[in-house]
Write a protein that binds this ligand. Sequence first.
Ligand code: URA
Length: 208
Amino acid sequence: MSNVHVSNHPLLLHKLAMLRDVKTEPKKFRELIREISILLAYEATADLALQDKPVTTPLTQTSGFELKEMIGLVPILRAGLGMVEGFWEMMPSAEVWHLGLYRDHQTFEPIRYYNKLPVAPTVDVCVILDPMLATGGTAVEATRMLKNWGAKKIKYVGLIGAPEGIDRLATAHPDVQIYLAAIDERLNEHAYIVPGLGDAGDRQFGTG
Ligand code: URA
């Protein structure tokens, strides 16, 4: 699928193996998510529009660039929170709009419980942050909410995707570019990604 981008950067793959490790403690887990997010931010922003910006160095005047588009980071509560810091370090003027969605335990379908989007879009590019693209239900619903809100350009950034979730998101929203650190084998009967890393929220917040 042309809109799915999986990074094979050595640093990222090294850190991803540490993140998956069941022995990795929450403090280290959060640190790794932040670092992997910086690397994913680099990949996911390669096509951002620029505009000219003349700059004066200590020696002379020269030409330069600045980002043209306003970026909105949209972390999905709660697991997406850990990805914000890494992205924010790379783009400190990005706005952050939180969406709260959880999976119903029986149906695995998304239930909305929090929406802090302002009345009208204030940004040009929305970047959804959610580490695990499992069934795809949450990603499809978050994208639908952003489109209804008026967002024109939406990217999805996650850490690990299952084939089922990637298919579902790419089919429902073919215009959304999807950036991941890995595509895993499958979902288990509880809709967890295998081999995966377990529950990304519990592992960050120590609530397992
Ligand atoms: N959410 C998680 O945190 N982990 C999974 O494997 C799937 C969904």
